[in-house]
Design a protein around this ligand. Structure first.
Ligand SMILES: Cc1cc2nc3c(=O)[nH]c(=O)nc-3n(C[C@H](O)[C@H](O)[C@H](O)COP(=O)(O)OP(=O)(O)OC[C@H]3O[C@@H](n4cnc5c(N)ncnc54)[C@H](O)[C@@H]3O)c2cc1C
Ligand code: SF4
Ligand code: SF4
Length: 423
């Protein structure tokens, strides 16, 4: 292994501000180590922002209880830590352009999109949103808690909005930025992407509006979402009472991703239970090959059964748009050896979790290569799964599909490694 130059002066670079990256950055910063947290979106939080309710506690994901056994995160904690912690430098709208140098002294170039609104000044008064449609508030849970400006929607009233901002938080002349800096360690926390299954023709995704993915369904179930939590058909907004979920879409499939995405059985069951128990759904079906509720999550399967969710072992063989909206679906039931036909309002696909866009390029910059698309531990035998190179660590879904508590546990392992390296 390359020898690591020990230094206590340089900050640590964390790439990706999902739960994993945020945990590393805030815990390092609290330990007195400067952390630069780079996020390419304008909001931190990653995919977990869109989960609505999260297993294992069924809370809004930000309110996960943190305890010794199942570490979690808290909204109030991040709200103050991301912005107010002086050791933490959060750079939104930023990507890594190049990495060179050596462990302990990596030279990094960051490119940042124009920062039109200063999160430290924005008080969320809403004045700019009232004046111009180019300003919006991404979500009630977004971090930083700040409006964003979309230059593509800039109208003649954007300037007026900037002038009316009571805290002078808006700078419409902001320019993109490039910074070069030296960092001691690099943490890859770039997470995952939910595959958009339009390339799998038989499911009709992208062709039939009432075929959605699980993340899209989470938005439908979310009381803060566009339908206020009512289960409706995207095609016409009518109530969706008959819902079918399809497992292993693009996962365990040699034509797409040969691996099991590990957590999609659990989140499908979580959504099935909400739809059957708390919404007006009269029929909730799950089509599966195997139901894999790992670890402590078997309770979701039991709850789904108790809630009247029906399970069909087999596969979907045909999907067509219904005559009056909705979807007509043919399923081959491998236990009955029969084809079954259903008229449904909504078809929800449990789509594969794939590496984040541009992930292999990111790995190349640090001299690593991907296995199954994700980054692999340097030495699997030692079980130090978060060490992926000399001075380079990974955590959360960058290592492969992972739930939030697992991502947070790995993030804390990274923090321990970095702290130990500085002793
Ligand atoms: C439908 C669905 C439901 C789920 N439900 C649950 C649940 O109930 N409970 C649970 O525990 N887990 C659930 N999960 C899993 C949960 O979303 C993940 O565990 C969690 O989001 C992983 O966090 P992360 O930080 O590793 O990655 P992510 O959330 O993917 O965050 C990665 C961040 O890195 C950024 N990024 C990527 N590449 C770059 C780059 N090159 N430069 C800068 N930034 C970059 C991304 O923009 C993103 O903000 C669910 C997942 C899905 C798909
Ligand atoms: S007017 Fe200024 S302070 Fe008010 S929401 Fe807009 S940017 Fe924030
Ligand atoms: S977790 Fe379940 S749905 Fe997801 S790939 Fe594995 S078996 Fe299929």
């Amino acid at each position: 292994m390359t020898e690591v130059t020990k230094t206590v002066d340089y900050p640590v670079l964390i790439i990706g501000a999902g739960v994993a990256g945020m945990t590393v950055a805030t815990e390092l910063a609290d330990s007195g180590i400067k952390a630069i947290l780079v996020e390419r979106q304008l909001t931190a939080g990653g995919n977990a922002l869109d989960l609505y309710r999260a297993f294992p506690t069924d809370d809004c994901f930000y309110c996960f209880e943190g305890n010794r056994w199942r570490p979690g995160i808290r909204k109030c904690f991040y709200r103050s830590a991301l912005i107010d912690q002086p050791n933490l430098d959060l750079r939104i709208g930023t990507t890594v352009h190049s990495i060179s140098g050596r462990p302990g002294q990596f030279l990094v170039t960051l490119r940042s999109a124009p920062q039109y609104v200063d999160p430290k000044k924005c008080t969320l008064c809403g004045v700019c949103i009232e004046v111009s449609k180019a300003f919006s508030f991404p979500s009630p849970q977004c971090q930083p808690q700040c409006v964003v400006f979309n230059p593509a929607l800039e109208d003649d009233r954007a300037k007026e909005a900037a002038q009316k901002c009571p805290t002078n938080a808006i700078d419409l002349d902001a320019k993109p930025r490039e910074d070069s800096l030296t960092v001691s360690d690099i943490v890859i926390a770039a997470g995952y992407h939910e595959m958009k299954p339009s390339s799998i023709d038989e499911y009709g995704y992208g062709r039939i509006p009432d075929v959605v993915t699980q993340l899209e369904f989470a938005k439908i179930l979310d009381p803060n979402g566009p339908s206020g939590g009512a289960v409706v058909r995207p095609s016409d907004g009518k109530p969706a009472r008959r819902v079918m979920m399809v497992q292993c879409v693009g996962s365990r499939d040699e034509n797409h991703y040969p691996y099991c995405s590990k957590i999609c059985c659990v989140f499908a069951l979580k959504h099935a239970v909400v739809a059957a128990r708390e919404r007006d759904c009269s029929q909730v079906l799950v089509v599966y090959m195997d139901i894999r509720t790992y670890d402590r999550h078997e309770r979701y399967y039991r709850e789904a059964r108790e809630s009247g969710v029906d399970f069909i072992r087999g596969r979907v063989s045909r999907v067509e748009a219904g005559k009056d909206g909705g979807v007509d679906v043919t399923v081959y039931d491998s236990l009955l050896d029969r084809y079954l036909r259903f008229s449904l309002d909504l078809l929800v696909l449990s789509s594969a979790l794939e590496p984040a866009e541009g992930f292999s390029d990111l790995l190349k910059m640090v001299g690593l290569s991907a296995s199954r698309g994700y980054v692999t531990p340097l030495d699997i035998a030692t079980e130090e799964e978060v060490v992926v190179g000399a001075g380079v660590y990974a955590c959360g879904a960058a290592l492969g599909p992972a739930e939030v508590p697992e991502s947070v546990t790995q993030a804390r392992a990274v923090v321990m490694k970095i702290l130990a390296g500085r002793r």
